[in-house]
Design a protein around this ligand. Sequence first.
Ligand code: ADP
Ligand code: MG
Length: 566
Amino acid sequence: MTVLEQGQITIHTENIFPIIKKSLYSDHEIFLRELVSNAVDAIEKLKMVSYAGEFSGDTSNPEITIAIDAEKNTLSISDTGIGMTADEVKQYINQVAFSSAEEFITKYQSASDRQIIGHFGLGFYSAFMVAKTVEIDTLSYKEGAQAVHWSCDGSPSFTLEESSRTTHGTTITLTLQDEEKEYAEASRIKQLVKTYCDFMPVPIKMDGEQVNRQKALWRESPSSLTDEDYLDFYRYLYPFQEEPLLWVHLNTDYPFLVKGILYFPKLRPDVDVTKGQIKLFCNQVFVSDHCEEIIPKFLLPMRGVLDSPDIPLNVSRSALQMDRTVRKIADFIAKKVADRLKEQYNNNRQEYIRSWQDIGTFVKFGCLNDDKFKKQLEDIIIYRTTADLKPAESDQPAVEVQAEEGDAWKQVSSDSKTEGPSYTTLDEYLERNKARHENQAFYCTDSVAQATYVQLHKSQGLEVLFMDSFIDPHFISFLEREHTEVKFSRVDAEIDDKLIEQDKASEIVDPSTNKTRSEQIKEIFEQALNQPKLTIRTEALKSEDPQGTPPAMVLLPEFLRRLRDM
Ligand code: ADP
Ligand code: MG
């Protein structure tokens, strides 16, 4: 084919400028995040230059100041950073999409401890989403630099003149558009600083007061932090909420950079587990809430912060889900959570059982969906059981489980004499019961509707596992696939004659009926199969009734209970 022409695509600023101004970001308010990020970068850069011995001035008290003049309708952001020379303004400001970040990092910093937020060279222009005029007043740290004043009214033309500024750093002043006057209100700006800049590493001051918290706990080394530090941070992020069940501190820089602290909350009706709750940051700058694409679906209730410059920010949510790094980060989170659960299982079984009440369903969901997660946790999936297992069985000192008012734990345990229901793994169950029924497990899927059958099994000395959460129907099929050697029998399926005959105690003949206990129970059971709501006149049990009330009708489960206790 003949080449007709090769050349450069040209852009006319008059056309592209309005697009950048109006459509670069969907949310106008993020202009503040962009300008404060630039100020943080400028301060960080000055520090780096100073480390490199190229600046001898004081960098120990960096500061960003936000000032509002409601009368003039202006908002200004000042920093004590590196400043810009006239040439730098021409290069980095007058050229849209020209960032100094890469050049700077290559010169002064290794990529792994990258602290500079800027990247694309577009953030500054977000100021025009809310401002009719933007001014820059700046003085470079460089010796002999001339302070300059740049001004632009939103058309592609600007003016650059000398300024009388005497301190290094930059002040950006916005004269707000009439319809954006809300940004001349101190309360609105404070709220935005809280949202986007709370953890930025430089104090941000308004009217002399510091507005941001500054300390980003997730950037500290896990070994320097106490449980109380993590809990305090959780309370700060989610005030008036119950303490979390567990947390993981992520801190890795290979093969991707991610730091963060994720908590598994105590589940309450007001905790929405269908929406992501994690706050996403990029180098301590808040990016968004509800970033459900980044964590595995089965860990959706998790809360906390994730900070990663490797998560692409400017792509659609569906593209995010497909992103390879994002998928790897999700796997990494799943692995960390699994590690943490294993640690809890091995070191504190009682605490693990407590967490399980809330987290168990999600672990099962995870095992169904993620093979690696399954491999990590399949051996420590536990089930509530009818067996009365003393804590000693798990080689644990008998820890008193603290039950709080309204605690799900307490609700389950209130009908039990011990500290709570017992839990077991499938392996433990099979091992404990192998003399009676090798490779067979009895389970109940509805503790109310199948109460009779559970009682029947119990009275026969057969241990029953509860698999009655909404995910369990799927989970049982999964177990059947995973453990083909085990027969899983639902308590109300068929009655196993052999097992009942084996029970010696049930061979005692009841003189009043001339039938053995097992025959009696079997008879009742078979009737019950036909009439699950069967009631029985309790004449036979009359003498038991403390109030001596006349014979009454009782429901079958109650009858069976009394029969067992006879
Ligand atoms: P980015 O931050 O992605 O580099 P911006 O459009 O936000 O892009 O900024 C463009 C460039 O302008 C920056 O790379 C930096 O060189 C310069 N700049 C912006 N704000 C400041 C500031 N407050 N102090 C010093 N330089 C600044
Ligand atoms: Mg920027």
